[in-house]
Design a protein around this ligand. Structure first.
Ligand code: NI
Length: 169
């Protein structure tokens, strides 16, 4: 169990396609533990492996608001199998893009499938913050970030702001 350094945009590792996990071995289990520890220590609701420099298809999330009991989900080889036509606008942020939040429109409900840490196939219907979070984290595995949904002018402005913030760090 280690708290890892979270990579900051525009680190090129955040923009890469991550590879499918064929075998859930002790290395993958260690990555899952590191993701959970790092997510909680950064006060996040989700964290994907590329954000700690590992381009494999795994992420963790815990969208339970303010509960004492920690109830995280480990998600391996995720897929969105279908999405609702209804959309949802949610103000999103990302641990790899600190201090920036922007409204992003995504399907309100998604049916998803993934493997858990024992390799069992799980299927779920998600809505609310869980649906938003799942889609946001899955995007990370495809090298996509929430700012990619913004209109070009807006994205350029945000990129400039990030550059300035990065200089200050
Ligand atoms: Ni993110």
């Amino acid at each position: 169990m280690t708290i890892k350094k979270i990579l900051m945009y525009p680190d090129p590792r955040l923009l890469k396609q991550s590879v499918k996990i064929d075998k859930i071995d002790t290395k993958i289990k260690a990555i899952a533990e590191d993701l959970v520890d790092t997510m909680y220590s950064a006060d996040g609701v989700g964290l994907a492996a590329p954000q700690i420099g590992i381009n494999k298809r795994i992420f963790v999330m815990d969208c339970n608001d303010g509960q004492e009991q920690k109830e995280y989900v480990i998600v391996i080889n995720p897929e969105v199998t279908s999405s609702s036509e209804e959309l949802n606008t949610h103000k999103e942020g990302c641990l790899s893009i600190p201090e920036i939040t922007e409204e992003v429109v995504r399907p309100e409900k998604v049916n998803v499938s993934y493997q858990d840490l024992s390799g069992n196939l799980k299927t779920k219907q998600l809505d609310g913050l869980w649906a938003t979070c799942f889609q946001h984290e899955l995007d990370h595995l495809n090298g996509k970030l929430f700012i990619d949904y913004l209109r070009p002018i807006k994205k350029a402005l945000i990129k400039n702001k990030i550059k300035k913030l990065n200089k200050k760090r």
